[in-house]
Design a protein. Structure first.
Length: 338
């Protein structure tokens, strides 16, 4: 009986959940981890694993449009929407920053300490060599929050046709930037403005795909093929050291939509995929601070990778624990059925 009830609760929780997307999130987070691990181990960035960030942007555009566009149209304010996103990001990003903070304070000039401390609140610094001196990947969270603001204020009001024009303009602008400065831009103060067309292209395409597909993609892609595309693309990119702007644009404009289409066709539940989705954001948030702290302490990169998985798993486990319901009050109690 207990097993039946657990399965029933699990089934209800999965209703409306895009489990295929959970699997892709996990693969993308692991791709970023392995790309950075290879870079730290060899001292040279090789391949194109950083493009997983662009997939995260597109996935976010799709999911935010699916979850919030109707609610925004029904009166949810942009400020409330962005506050919800900020509260979603802040606890895990603050934990990641705290992991890196002792090492940073021990090895950096005191003039840089204020920038590090305020970065715990996701406040960027344009006067240091990175926007977030404690955690370089945090720049993408700032970029996504900016995209959320644009979504709530402007993008949701645009027709799909107009939004396609915006995405096309972003694609052309970013292609020009990438052909000169590279695709992997946005993490440093000098390149942050270049990163805005990058996020707006992928995020905008995610919104468009939601409006076109409504979870029913018009292109046929096997879910298993969708799960294999990212590792295959990044694996080949590492072997041939592909990191040109054309490679990046192909991934954003072609590979990402194909992966989303395939993942949408996943049917049924999967604890493995759901677990990968739950692990993805904590892993993305903490892997750089954990690995860099480990290197400072003499821990090899492989040990840092293992520690990152453990820390991310603990955070995901805490986040998944059932929360105690708040006491019902007269002001919050639902109206009785008549």
């Amino acid at each position: 009986m207990g097993r039946f009830l657990r399965l029933a609760r699990y089934s209800r929780a999965m209703q409306g959940r895009l489990i295929g997307f959970d699997g892709l999130r996990g693969i993308a987070a692991l791709s970023v981890l392995l790309f950075h691990a290879q870079t730290w181990a060899t001292g040279a960035a090789r391949g194109n694993g950083y493009l997983a960030v662009d997939f995260f942007f597109m996935l976010s555009g799709y999911v935010m449009a699916r979850t919030y566009e109707v609610r925004l149209g029904q009166g949810l304010s942009t400020s409330a929407f962005v506050r919800a996103r900020y509260r979603r990001f802040l606890p895990v990003m603050a934990i990641a920053g705290l992991i890196a903070l002792p090492g940073f304070l021990a090895t950096s000039d005191m003039a840089a300490w204020p920038a590090a401390l305020v970065s715990l609140l996701l406040v960027p610094s344009f006067f240091t060599w990175r926007l977030y001196p404690l955690n370089g990947p945090a720049w993408s969270i700032l970029a996504e929050l900016i995209a959320n603001i644009a979504h709530g204020l402007v993008l949701r009001r645009l027709s799909t046709r107009t939004l396609c024009h915006v995405a096309l303009f972003s694609a052309v602008l970013f292609a020009v930037i990438a052909s000169r400065a590279g695709v992997d831009v946005g993490a440093q103060p000098a390149s942050f403005l270049f990163g805005l067309p990058r996020v707006m292209l992928s995020y905008g395409m995610g919104i468009i795909l939601w409006r076109w597909w409504r979870d029913r993609p018009t292109i046929m892609v096997s879910p298993l093929a969708a799960f294999a595309l990212m590792p295959l693309y990044f694996g080949i990119g590492t072997m041939v050291d592909a990191h040109g702007w054309i490679d990046g644009m192909v991934f954003i404009l072609l590979v990402c939509p194909l992966m989303l289409a395939g993942a949408l066709r996943w049917r049924g539940g999967s604890r493995l995929l759901v677990g990968g989705g739950a692990l993805s954001f904590p892993l993305y948030a903490v892997h750089a601070p954990v690995c860099m702290t480990g290197l400072m302490l003499g821990v090899p990169v492989a040990g840092g990778v293992a520690a990152s998985l453990v820390v991310a798993g603990l955070i995901a486990w805490v986040q998944a624990r059932p929360r105690r319901p708040r006491p019902t009050t007269l002001s919050s109690a639902p109206a009785a059925a008549s």
